[in-house]
Design a protein around this ligand. Structure first.
Ligand SMILES: [Zn+2]
Length: 393
């Protein structure tokens, strides 16, 4: 048994002062305050407060929309290369993530899905582990069912109208590991695919969409329950033409995510988003590309190349993903919106985990959950990351 001692702990809904966190076999067995529980004699005690003044224990971050980092693109990285990406993510506090596709030729997408399904199976099975590193937990299909008008940098020649046949082909290639799908609900055939994906427990997220209000509402009735990078690649909000954004911002059935890098959405609008969705429904994502953690230069994003200069990732002048990291997103919303670190952490942990339907085990510090956690400074800097109770080096 390992016992971690810190100054504070975010479950994240509650805060515990002078906490103890008990870990057995990679799982959290108890969470309590020091005053409430005795430490058994046989336990290995790790007192984080000694080296890290103000140490805060929080769940590991869960990034449900990321395309790469450390120079690697998730659609192209080989199994031997993925650990480099996983290690990079761990240094930014991420313990679980969804590798996310971009629109590409269908056979290339399927080949990428097969590789990613292998990578997920290798790290999520009961006896398997890849050491103390961030793990891919499921696949996010961003495309190919996206709006031509709001495609961002997804290549137009690879966008297709939604059909159950194509969805089935992608599902088979991914061997059922698709946990999330971004889709434009106004496309012909979209509602049938949304309903089928929802039936298979995929988190259906509306986005890359020019939908009017009614089409967005129809998507929710069909089973959509989330929205992808709110404001970006979406029909803009107009007070006489409310569109998809009015639905995303007002419907309490929907969670929604945002790229809080201060580039994709102005800080004041991030604040508006957080007010609308509140502390229970706001989700932080990175939408990071291979360029995250790398110097300025040219990087691959699925089938396209993006160029990075001064923290901006673009293709032909259009924003093309980000170089954001989850810890940065957390710190940013404490600044943009005055959120407490605890609430900001929630938007990077419990909220994404709940949005994608992880019933228990991810995004929380509670008995029975995997011991995936970060140690933060009071300013939100990542000091340590633990995956299944093991310290990432
Ligand atoms: Zn993306």
């Amino acid at each position: 048994m390992i016992v971690l001692c810190a100054n504070r702990l975010y479950t994240p809904q509650d805060e515990i002062q002078n906490p103890l966190l008990f870990i057995e076999d990679g799982l959290i067995s108890a969470v309590s305050s020091r005053a409430q529980q005795e430490i058994p004699n046989h336990a290995t005690v790790v007192d984080l407060t000694k080296d890290l003044p103000g140490a805060i224990l929080a769940p590991g971050f869960v990034d449900i929309h990321m395309h790469g980092g450390a120079g690697l693109d998730v659609m192209r990285a080989s199994p031997a290369e993925l650990p480099r990406l996983n290690k990079f993510l761990t240094t930014h506090g991420v313990t679980g993530y969804f590798p996310t596709t971009v629109a590409a030729p269908l056979d290339q997408t399927c080949a990428a899905l097969e590789r990613l399904a292998d990578a997920i199976a290798a790290v999520t099975g009961p006896s398997n582990h890849n050491g103390a590193q961030a793990r891919p937990l499921g696949i996010h299909l961003e495309g190919p069912f996206l709006s031509h008008k709001r495609r961002g940098v997804h290549p137009p020649q690879y966008l297709v109208e939604p059909t159950l046949e194509i969805f089935e082909r992608l599902w088979q290639a991914a061997r059922g590991q698709v946990r999330m799908m971004t889709i434009a609900p106004e496309l012909p055939g979209a509602l049938d695919v949304i309903a089928e994906a929802a039936r298979r427990k995929v988190c259906v997220s509306i986005g890359h969409s020019d939908a009017q209000l009614e089409a967005a509402r129809a998507a929710v009735r069909a089973g959509a329950r989330h929205a992808t990078h709110t404001f970006n690649a979406m029909r803009p909000l107009d007070h006489r033409d409310p569109g998809i954004l009015a639905e995303v911002l007002t419907d309490r059935q929907l969670t929604a995510d945002i790229i809080a890098d201060g580039i994709h959405v102005a800080p004041a609008v991030v604040q508006l988003f957080l007010k609308a969705k509140g502390i229970e429904r706001s989700v932080l994502i990175t939408d990071a590309t291979a360029a995250a953690g790398m110097p300025d230069g040219i990087y691959q994003l699925g089938p396209i190349q993006v160029s990075v200069k001064d923290g901006k990732c673009t293709m032909d002048g259009k924003l093309a993903g980000s170089v954001l990291t989850m810890d940065n997103a957390v710190r940013n919303i404490t600044q943009f919106a005055g959120w407490t670190l605890q609430d900001a952490v929630r938007a990077a942990t419990l909220n994404p985990a709940q949005a994608v339907g992880f019933a228990h085990g991810h995004g929380v510090l509670a008995p029975g959950a995997e011991a995936n956690l970060v140690v933060l400074s009071p300013g939100g800097e990542v000091r340590r990351t633990f995956v299944r109770g093991r310290l990432a080096s």
